[in-house]
Ligand binder design. Structure first.
Ligand SMILES: O=c1cc[nH]c(=O)[nH]1
Length: 189
């Protein structure tokens, strides 16, 4: 059957939002391979930001993650923080995307995260041997980029102004939730 999103489909926020909301397992039936090939890093970061927006709209923490295969550029995992939605003490944008991708060898994969990875996510990124991480916001938070480089993970900064503004708004609205999510309950005491 013909794909719904093809190589001729324009790369718009609306199309990227459909991809953000679709289950990863359904993407191969709906999105033609060639569409993914034409997406640039900034487009995958947009998908991650649209997932962050979805989480914000659900009253959660606005952090999203997307994992792609470096050769095919297909999405193999994606997700967003669900600390609030799932009442889960630890489910960050990155861990959500990694869980969605499953127990893979990530040495030929790139993870896009809308926020600079926290200590636990950064550790997981190098422990699972990711080739590269692209960080969408080092304005609101930063700190683990150098450690990741020292562990052999390529780190690129690709700031997305919409994602940065969204995170700054959330932090102003819910400073305690931001602290709990980023640093854990220990930081709130
Ligand atoms: O890296 C981080 C930090 C806070 N929250 C997330 O979801 N990810």
């Amino acid at each position: 059957m013909k794909h719904f999103i093809t190589k001729d489909t324009p790369v718009t926020d609306e199309t990227l939002n459909v991809i953000a909301h679709l289950p990863t397992k359904s993407l191969s039936a709906i999105v033609e391979n060639e569409f993914f090939v034409k997406l640039r890093d900034r487009d995958f970061m947009r998908i991650a930001v649209l997932l962050a927006q979805k989480s914000y709209d659900e009253d959660g923490c606005p952090i999203g993650g997307v994992i792609i295969d470096n050769n095919t550029r297909r999405i193999v995992g994606k997700g967003h923080n669900t600390l609030v939605q799932d009442n889960d003490p630890y489910n960050h944008g990155e861990t959500s995307a990694i869980r969605d991708a499953g127990r893979q060898d990530f040495s030929n994969n790139t993870i896009f995260t809308t926020l600079s990875p926290c200590d636990v996510c950064a550790t997981l990124i190098y422990m699972r041997q990711f080739d590269r991480v692209v960080v969408g916001d080092v304005t609101n938070a930063s700190g683990n980029e150098q450690m990741l480089r020292e562990k052999g993970v390529k780190v690129d900064i690709l700031e997305d102004p919409v994602g940065i503004a969204l995170y700054a708004k959330y932090r102003t609205e819910k400073p305690e939730l931001d602290l709990e999510d980023w640093k854990g309950l220990a930081a709130c005491r």
